[in-house]
Design a binder for this molecule. Structure first.
Ligand SMILES: [Ca+2]
Ligand SMILES: [Ca+2]
Length: 225
């Protein structure tokens, strides 16, 4: 088996990659969901962002930012250049609804970090911390922040079509910011979305492929949102 075939074989059994090109099932960080469960639009944004390509000063609604936070690739991501930056993400071909347990998964890379989440502008903000999924992408830990819409007062069955994600640091003593790569609804109108933990990743085979420095966004001094 050559290396290309071996890598393809490994990717087929790992979280963090689109594992089936012909179907719409995605497996990211141990979570399985339909491709239609992804947040697929940036409705609005505030502040400037850097991308994994190393370019900064990007507006939240710029093509380079929108593509990175709405594609199915955990290895493409953005991070904020200022503490007050946020992205308002939307679901255009589905809605996310409040089911049992967690309802939304926010994936980011590097050191575990914090998102400030609200469901509407000037609405109640809550801090959601991410944790390592055990998968690695481009040589970095793939982390996930989980949201239960009940924490915002939604009843079971209530749905949302957007959310606002604060991307700056929540505390000036925390000199890191999240590197957001995609957001998925775990309960959605898409066909039978499953929140099923998968076997541990084989991505360790692939960690030597990425050399981008994620540390840059971990060194910014932030202000409290
Ligand atoms: Ca829930
Ligand atoms: Ca991405």
């Amino acid at each position: 088996m050559n290396k290309v075939v071996l890598l393809a074989f490994c990717a087929a059994f790992t979280g963090g990659y689109h594992t089936n090109a012909s179907a719409s099932l995605l497996n990211v960080g141990g979570f399985a969901f339909d491709s239609t469960a992804l947040a697929d639009d940036v409705i609005s944004g505030h502040g400037k962002f850097c991308t994994d390509a190393g370019s900064c000063g990007k507006r939240g609604t710029s093509e380079s930012v929108v593509r990175r936070v709405t594609d199915a690739l955990p290895g493409s991501y953005v991070f904020a250049q200022s503490g007050e930056a946020y992205l308002e993400l939307g679901f255009t071909n589905n809605v996310a609804y409040n089911g049992e347990g967690y309802d939304l998964a926010l994936f980011e890379l590097g050191l575990p970090d914090y998102f400030t989440i609200s469901l509407e502008k000037h609405g109640e903000k809550q801090v959601v911390s991410s944790y390592a999924t055990g998968d690695r992408v481009k040589g970095y830990d793939l982390n996930v922040g989980l949201i239960d819409l009940s924490d915002w007062g939604l009843n079971l069955g209530d749905s949302i079509s957007s959310l606002i994600i604060g991307m700056g640091s929540v505390d000036p003593t925390i000199r890191t910011t999240p590197s957001l790569s995609l957001v998925a609804a775990l309960h959605t109108t898409a066909p039978d979305v499953a929140n099923v933990p998968l076997p541990a990743s084989a991505l360790l085979f692939l960690t030597g492929l990425g050399t981008l420095s994620l540390r840059r966004n971990k060194d910014f001094t932030r202000t409290v949102i």
